[in-house]
Ligand binder design. Structure first.
Ligand code: BES
Ligand code: MN
Ligand code: ZN
Length: 497
């Protein structure tokens, strides 16, 4: 799969390189596809029969050097019954198509047409999004190729469609979102020796170029604000913590902003309550919530979303050290509430407690949505298919659930309640940072809730969805960049003027 993928939009008349087309069930081709395949109609039918290919959703037919057509290869991708389509399927079909492009191929044309006819410009752009997401690979630290691996350095793909100019315009927005996902993936895949808090913050200057205001709070600033919980987590690391606030003002002047908050633990050893060695390397991705917020801010700014949005991330490294915080320590948060540390590995909620309070107080947002790889317990409950959704606001729950279905980044509503809240009462402080083995994801959410006041708020526990992502048609990388498309969709559907 190529690293450098150049995407363009043309008419159906222009075919270059490998040709990829779609068909519905029973080999149902759209009119432009039928016309292009006219010289090889019989060949395609015979090949399909020989391969028992009938156009079932996701199935493919591969014909090398088809006689009568001037292409090195023809790939037919089945889309199945069109009545069973979900919007997210178009992105998926783009991914499937990209997956069928041989590594050595430098050029391709994909017909943006299904059995029922040409795709709308926005759908053609979704197809392109799927292709780019599929083509992504994180290989900047690989200094050599596998033996025998053929790979084109540059690949040029044209999406052939009914209205190329309109599709190109739609792609401007879709590309902004895609780039946001890719940015999130890059940050999450990056190892912790490279991406520590200050380096993470430094990389966000790329957002300034898009018109995002980026403010960085250093340790002195955080001390002044009284962020004792976040600073407590970070005090055992040689790398100083940072809080970064990103602001995009594309909405009405003075309109209250939407706020997105991310857990950015650049590496989580567990601290003094150290984790076991097995799989600890995955904890370089404990900043996936922060990466998603960054990817989202990129998407909103790059597509000039008509909304005011704030992104805030708490960047720390959780290390065991002579200076590290310990079990039994009592930390004073910026809100004034105190937290007894029972387990230094329950650090994410401490970081978020201060950032949530800070954002709420400073920006008085319309709502706050935080993302965090917060608990192993959410993986036990939901696996890798759904993120846990905790909220004090039914409207947010409904909207996030719908956006999840539309994008395929799905969320499952989990309970909150005063009964669970009791589990984090502390003998010595206002609360403790763990509530025991039972309902581990819920007690973590209960702690967060104590720092959001009456502001509508949702917490997404993405420990299962953001890391070691299942391999799908649109993601072959360790991290899928989960959440960028979900939240962009939420904003687009409900909050742009
Ligand atoms: N970052 C972890 C949660 C996690 C686990 C994320 C696996 C991704 C994959 C978090 O900081 C953590 O360690 N949580 C503890 C909390 C416990 C000590 C109450 C956990 O889930 O075990
Ligand atoms: Mn931890
Ligand atoms: Zn963590």
């Amino acid at each position: 799969m190529p690293a450098a993928l150049k995407l363009g939009f043309t008419s159906f008349a222009r075919i270059r390189g490998v040709l990829i087309v779609f068909c519905g069930e029973n080999l149902k081709f759209g009119p432009a596809t039928r016309k292009a395949l006219l010289p090889v109609e019989q060949l395609v039918r015979r090949a399909a029969a020989a391969d028992r290919f009938a156009g079932k959703s996701g199935s493919t037919l591969d014909i090398v050097a088809p006689q009568g057509l001037d292409v090195p290869r023809l790939v037919v991708v089945g889309t199945g019954k069109e009545s069973e389509f979900k919007p997210r399927d178009i992105v998926k079909f783009g991914g499937i198509a990209m997956g069928k492009l041989p590594g050595a191929a430098g050029q391709g044309t994909i017909f943006a047409e299904f059995g029922a006819g040409a795709l709308k410009p926005k759908q053609a752009a979704d197809l392109a999004m799927g292709m780019r997401l599929r083509a992504y690979s994180f290989d900047r630290y690989k200094t050599r190729r596998k033996e025998g691996e053929e790979r084109a350095d540059k690949v040029e793909i044209n999406v052939a469609c009914a209205a190329p100019a309109a599709a190109q315009t739609a792609w401007a927005s879709a590309a902004a979102i895609t780039d946001g996902v890719v940015l999130a993936r890059d940050l999450i895949n990056e190892p912790a020796n490279v991406l520590y808090p200050i380096e993470f913050a430094r990389r966000l200057s790329s957002l300034s170029k898009l018109g995002v205001a980026v403010d960085v709070l250093d340790v002195a600033a955080m001390k002044k604000l009284g962020m004792g919980a976040l600073l407590g987590v970070g005090q055992g690391s040689a790398h100083d913590p940072r809080v970064v606030v990103m602001r995009w003002n594309g909405g009405k002047r003075g309109a209250e902003p939407l706020a997105f908050i991310g857990k950015g633990v650049c590496f989580d050893t567990g601290g003094i309550s150290i984790k076991s060695a097995q799989g600890m390397e995955d904890m370089k991705g404990d900043m996936a919530g922060a990466a998603c917020v960054v990817g989202l801010m990129h998407a909103l700014a790059a597509r000039k979303a008509k909304v005011n949005a704030v992104g805030a991330i708490g960047l720390v490294e959780n290390m065991p050290d002579g200076k590290a915080y310990r079990p039994g320590d009592i930390l004073k948060t910026m809100s004034g509430q105190t937290i007894e540390v029972i387990n230094t590995d329950a650090e994410g909620r401490l970081v978020l407690a201060d950032v949530l309070h800070y954002v709420n107080k400073r920006f008085k947002p319309k709502f706050m949505i935080n993302l965090a790889t917060l608990t192993g317990a959410i993986i036990v409950a939901l696996g890798q298919e759904y993120a846990g959704l905790f909220s004090n606001d039914d409207k947010l729950v409904e909207r996030l659930t719908k956006a999840g279905e539309a994008t395929g980044e799905r969320v499952w509503h989990m309970p909150l309640g005063p009964e669970y809240d009791k589990l984090i009462d502390s003998k010595f402080a206002d609360m403790k940072n763990t509530g025991g083995r039972w309902a581990g994801s819920i007690t973590a959410a209960q702690l967060l809730q104590r720092f959001v006041g009456k502001t509508p708020w949702a917490h997404l526990d993405i420990a299962g969805t953001a890391l070691g992502s299942p391999q799908t048609d649109i993601n072959k990388s360790w991290s899928s960049g989960w959440g960028v498309r979900l939240l962009d969709r939420l904003v687009e559907d409900h909050y742009e003027r």
